[in-house]
Ligand binder design. Structure first.
Ligand code: PMT
Length: 401
């Protein structure tokens, strides 16, 4: 964690059993040179004491919204302006609900509403509370308001149940905040381009040929690149997904539009082609809606292969070109063939015959095949697409460095 030095972190701790983990987060922040001010909600004080927090953070602990002492020293507006970043961990269901509604009935919620800084929430709650529709709606709202969410994780809970809702480990949370500051550094920014999602190839004005790609894998790769400080462009076919504002999003529909958008966004240091681009388009698409008839023959012509085009570009070929291969059989052979035929540096193979991974799932399992045979291939075993993406981006950074 090299990016926390001298950074000002306003750390808000809410009342949940995982509040004890917040002490470890403070320790990690301090160890890496950050300056911390802390707000404890009144229920947080049921779980940890202001004394332990102040001893570890070596800073003042704030709690009361109406306090003469605070108003003189640092009122709630000054507190939110002081911070470079705000972290709420654990973020309880109650706090999440209050923030979604813009309530300001205590110091923590007031400071957050008054803030114009990046705000990270690390939710922690019982699995049923996490899965409740109201929590889901609140979180969607908060994502729309540009709050950044860390975790939660799946695991055994303090209440004895098992499932999603466990607060992320302190080291993961501290790393996310470290990545936040890494991204803010403007020096030596690598540029990345990612394609994601399906393409639509129109038959007539209202009908098209498409595929099952949701775009999730590509969006997660763009997110991981952005987290690690890449200046990232995401060229996306039609999806319902949202992406952070600091990623440049170019929305396209057809393979041809994806090709043009790609050309317009070169040069980059690394390009990752995760889109499921239609191999064919309709030759002479119908101008008007086709009327019902007994038979209809479609004449298809090949789309330009965007990955191959970029891999073979004379002047604008990125230093690292990565393709994907969605396969249902002979995965290894087909992946190796694509690696050679498309002249890319890595191919990431997806076994899409397995319904639990690949298209539209939140999870994946892939094998990376390398052109440079120092390592022939590496399997990234079953896990969330976000985690697979972090693994891929770590390898990209190693390669570029
Ligand atoms: O979107 P999700 O639901 O998250 O699913 C993720 C995924 C399964 C779509 C993704 O992980 C994946 O495997 N993407 C590649 C899908 C694919 O169609 O691969 P392909 O074998 O047809 O193409 C090989 C490579 O060439 C891909 O990098 C593709 O982006 C690229 N290509 C293909 C055709 C074309 N005209 N232009 C291209 O750039």
């Amino acid at each position: 964690m090299k990016n926390l030095f001298n950074k000002k972190i306003l750390f808000i701790i809410c009342g949940g059993i995982s509040a004890y983990k917040s002490l470890e987060i403070i320790r990690l922040f301090k160890k890496n040179g950050a300056e911390i001010k802390t707000i404890l909600t009144s229920s947080a004080k049921e779980f940890i004491t202001p004394l332990s927090v102040t001893s570890l953070s070596q800073g003042k602990v704030y709690s009361e919204l109406f306090s003469v002492e605070n108003e003189i020293e640092m009122d709630h507006i000054a507190l939110s302006r002081w911070a470079d970043v705000i972290l709420v961990a654990p973020a309880t269901a109650n706090t999440i609900s209050k923030l979604a509604q813009g309530l300001t009935d205590d110091l923590a919620s007031t400071v957050i509403l008054a803030s114009n800084k990046s705000i990270y929430l690390a939710p922690a709650m019982n699995v049923r509370m996490w899965e409740h529709q109201s929590t889901k709606q609140n979180l969607n709202k908060l994502k729309e308001f540009k709050y950044k969410i860390i975790g939660p994780e799946v695991g055994d809970m303090a209440c004895g149940e098992y499932g999603e809702g466990k607060m992320s480990d302190p080291i993961k949370i501290a790393n996310v905040i470290d990545d936040h500051f890494l991204r803010k550094k403007d020096d030596k920014k690598f540029k990345a381009l990612v394609t994601a999602g399906p393409t639509n190839e129109y038959i007539d004005p209202v009908r098209f040929i498409t595929n099952k790609s949701s775009g999730k894998q590509g969006y997660e790769i763009a997110r991981s690149l952005n987290k690690k400080g890449f200046e990232t462009t995401l060229i996306s076919g039609p999806t319902n997904l949202k992406i952070e504002d600091d990623i440049k999003l170019v929305k396209v529909e057809t393979a041809n539009e994806m090709l043009i958008a790609t050309q317009e966004n070169l040069p980059v240091d690394v390009a990752i082609f995760s889109a499921a681009v239609a191999d064919f388009k309709i030759n002479n698409k119908f101008k008007n809606k086709i009327k019902k008839k007994n038979n209809l023959n479609l004449n298809l012509e090949k789309n330009i292969d965007i990955l191959k085009y970029v891999s073979n570009h004379n002047s604008m070929r990125p230093g690292l070109v990565i393709g994907f291969a969605a396969e249902t059989e002979e995965i290894e052979n087909n992946a190796e063939n694509k690696l050679n035929k498309k002249n890319c540096d890595w191919i990431i193979a997806n076994d899409v015959s397995n319904k639990n991974i690949g298209f539209d799932s939140d999870f994946n399992e892939v094998t990376v095949y390398y052109k440079d045979k120092n390592i022939e291939k590496e399997k990234l075993t079953y896990r969330r697409k976000s985690e697979i993406s972090d693994e891929i981006v770590d390898r990209i950074i190693n390669q570029l460095n």
